[in-house]
Design a binder for this molecule. Structure first.
Ligand SMILES: Nc1nc2c(ncn2[C@@H]2O[C@H](COP(=O)(O)OP(=O)(O)OP(=O)(O)O)[C@@H](O)[C@H]2O)c(=O)[nH]1
Ligand SMILES: [Mg+2]
Ligand SMILES: [Zn+2]
Length: 297
């Protein structure tokens, strides 16, 4: 074996993995052993097999962080590694279910990856009043919110500028236009997108693999298959509360150490909701996410 070095995974097709190696971009590689499961963005050590053209991934190097998707049993699976930012993509249509964006925010904070929000398909009109109010609240809390249309081009220059120099993953339900956003920045790349199903208005899971795309001005965007309904994995109640960033300065100030901030007396969070310092809609969303997360399913 010869050592062509350390590379970064672009996409894992199962048997074949494509790796950006020094001097050898997007090299097809095999995996040594069944226990190695490299994902998009993983740093891997690759060896060339002597006397052949084959390359083999022999080791996954320690990761900085990773993003997950969650299956029906609410088990988390790693889908991409070594990220700087998560773009939570929602759209005017299909509209986000009411706790979807907050759930993604909780997930991003739990994984310690910086989140930002995209409302796509603004060419279709204004989102529902509740969604508009939610986006304004999130903006006030300091989250970047980009209102875009990859169809009309609205907002796309500002977004392009925000995407350079980092490794970013786009997540969000199927059909919100994640792949279309990437295609807008990379018009020459064959990136699959597809119309929403006529009957359901849902996306049809067009993107099948999590894949990394290099941007011309630096940085990488990772496209991922949409999830229709993203529940969060089972996590401790405190971690859900920490995913609501305006709760953080008040955590630890409740009368009871194990306060769930829902019904207990002497609760600093409920007090802040009563006096208007925390938006009631956010607290209600927290309560629903907490309840769903503790259900067994
Ligand atoms: N009107 C409008 N339609 C859009 C916009 N962006 C994407 N679409 C359409 O929405 C549909 C879904 O777009 P995709 O980019 O495939 O969505 P996706 O999020 O990648 O979906 P999955 O790969 O299934 O997760 C396609 O028909 C797109 O043409 C937009 O800004 N405005
Ligand atoms: Mg897609
Ligand atoms: Zn409390």
């Amino acid at each position: 074996m010869i050592d062509p070095g350390i590379g970064t995974v672009n996409v894992n097709f199962g048997r074949q993995v494509r790796v950006d190696l020094p001097e050898k971009p997007d090299t097809p590689c095999l995996i040594r052993g069944r226990s190695l499961k490299p994902v998009c963005g993983d740093w891997v050590r690759v060896e060339a097999v002597a006397g052949t053209q084959d390359h083999v991934i022999v080791e996954i190097l320690p990761e900085k962080n990773h993003f997950v998707r969650v299956d029906k049993r609410r088990t988390a699976y790693k889908i991409a590694a070594n990220l700087d930012q998560v773009w939570i993509v929602a759209a005017v249509n299909p509209a986000p279910s009411r706790d979807l964006i907050n759930s993604y925010l909780v997930a991003a904070h739990a994984l310690d990856i910086q989140p930002a929000i995209i409302m796509n398909k603004m060419d279709l009109g204004t989102p529902d009043a509740e969604v508009v109010a939610q986006l304004n609240r999130l903006e006030q809390l300091g989250y970047p919110v980009f209102r875009l249309s990859s169809k009309s081009g609205e907002g796309m220059d500002a977004w392009r500028e925000a995407t350079t120099q980092q490794t970013q993953i786009l997540v969000g339900q199927s059909g919100v236009g994640k792949s279309s956003l990437i295609r807008y920045l990379l018009p020459d790349r064959p990136i699959e997108t597809a119309a929403l199903a006529k009957l359901t208005g849902k996306g049809a899971h067009t993107t099948t693999h999590t894949r990394r795309h290099a941007l011309p001005e630096g940085g990488w965007l990772i496209d991922s298959p949409g999830v229709w309904e993203f529940g969060i994995w089972r996590m401790p109640a405190e971690q859900i509360a920490e995913g609501f960033i305006e709760f953080r300065p008040r955590l630890g100030q409740c009368r009871f150490n194990d306060c769930s901030h829902i019904h207990e007396p002497g609760c600093a969070i409920q007090a802040a909701v009563k006096n208007g310092e925390i938006a009631r809609a956010r607290w209600e969303s927290y309560a629903r996410i907490l309840r769903t997360s503790s259900q067994t399913g």
